[in-house]
Design a protein around this ligand. Structure first.
Ligand SMILES: [Zn+2]
Ligand SMILES: [Zn+2]
Length: 163
């Protein structure tokens, strides 16, 4: 027996209207999502240091972007490779823009949390040797340095309070 699928049996004009409403809604939603992504990327662009989700949220105050949205968006941007995650060992994820191929590392002050970008990296040959030794391909690394900044070494002006 060759019965028509009941979905195809729905008259076309009944389907059309809700469908266009739906695509309008989807378009509006993707505009909103794109706007949120752009706002977050703009905040990261304007800050020299990697930012936490809460710091991004504070910078976007008044824009209607709630913390849950920022968490979700950062997850997406990470997956897209647009941002990079930094781990400064305090259990809080920080994010910065992933710019081109030239990566850098961070030198973080243990006393005040000041962050310096460091261009130095260990030789590529070392990374290749590590990969070869263990049979890995597509190897990458994360590396952060910690210490006490010049200002925090000087007892005279008084070290700034940790946040
Ligand atoms: Zn310091
Ligand atoms: Zn490196």
């Amino acid at each position: 027996m060759n019965q028509p699928c009941h979905q195809h049996a729905i008259p076309r004009r009944l389907v059309q209207q809700p469908l266009s409403e739906l695509t309008d809604r989807l378009r509006a939603r993707s505009r909103k999502v794109t706007g949120q992504r752009e706002a977050i990327l703009d905040v990261l662009r304007r800050h020299a240091n990697p930012l936490t989700n809460r710091e991004i949220h504070a910078a976007l105050r008044g824009s209607g972007c709630d913390l849950a949205t920022i968490y979700r968006t950062m997850h997406t941007l990470l997956g897209m490779g647009v941002v990079r995650r930094c781990d400064f060992g305090d259990g809080v994820a920080r994010f910065e823009l992933a710019t081109g191929d030239a990566h850098h590392h961070h030198l973080v002050c243990r006393a005040c949390g000041m962050v310096v970008e460091v261009d130095d990296c260990f030789p590529a040959a070392l990374e290749e040797a590590i990969a070869r030794r263990h049979g890995f391909v597509g190897i990458a690394h994360r590396l952060e340095f910690f210490g006490v900044c010049p200002r925090c070494q000087d007892p005279e002006p008084g070290p700034p309070k940790a946040p």
